[in-house]
Design a protein around this ligand. Sequence first.
Ligand code: C2E
Ligand code: CA
Ligand code: CA
Ligand code: CA
Length: 284
Amino acid sequence: KKRGGKNGALLYDPLIQDNTRQRAEIEQDIEEALTNDWFEAYFQPIVDLGNNRVIGYESLMRLAHPRKGLLPPSDIIRIAEETGAIGRIGNRVFEKALANLVALTRASGDDKTYLAVNFSPLQLEQTLPMLLTTLTARHHIDPRRIVVEITEATLLHDNPQIRMVLDEFSRIGCRIALDDFGTGYSSLSYLSRFPVDIVKIDQSFIRSLAADEAELRHKSRMLVEGITAISHKMECSVTAEGVETKEQRDLLQGFGVDCGQGYFFARPQPVEQLIAAYDTARKT
Ligand code: C2E
Ligand code: CA
Ligand code: CA
Ligand code: CA
């Protein structure tokens, strides 16, 4: 891109050029990763605050690049949504996550833990519930163990196709989690208008629970407690994201929050690591 200079001449903008190059590089990483099978599904445990047990795992995508190392999802997903590669990536990562869940179930002997999967709005095509049914059947996984995570932004425009896909997911027994709750435009109204089962309170609220500033601390505590009470009235279970300290965990437990997820409990990790932990626990 070019912009007008002082004397009317067109100047080249090095910042924009850099972004274009970076973008092209990510697009290429994505194609290479699809070809060479570099996408992985890391798992982060979700813990029941009542009894400290793991009740589920959230699948978080990673691109394991042989030269650049582990690439986090944010840039990749944003660009893949623009280029349309998100569908192929999503299917690939979902298959990996299902295979991981099978391996983990074998290691833990627990066939009740759920698998939460993030879906971008562009992935919520009419064929997705059918695909999910086919893939879970192939892996002998009960679809009731699948939690479909969507963000509030997905519901913003009340697209009839998205509503239909969510209703279909509910019908086949999947649960629906509303991610990043409290950051959108009409968070509370989504609870009455869509078949939401789980509310995931955004990590920004959890972070301010222990803020240095007393008023922010107080208000965010009131908010989390209030969101929890409303969610429960709407028959939704509540999970807090980004729990990093014992203090946060204890506060959340006091507010009646059902589940927690965050570095305090465990980081997102390769499933082999979780399996090794189960094996160690069994031997000791
Ligand atoms: P998200 O769904 O809100 O996922 C939670 C993010 O918080 C993850 O970042 C996770 O690693 C991070 N996190 C977990 N515990 C803590 C904590 O205690 N402290 C802090 N500071 N962060 C924590 P990640 O893995 O980088 O993922 C970023 C976002 O990318 C996700 O946000 C999700 O929206 C998206 N995403 C990840 N995997 C997929 C995928 O397979 N498909 C799609 N469509 N989106 C995905
Ligand atoms: Ca999520
Ligand atoms: Ca989130
Ligand atoms: Ca429900």
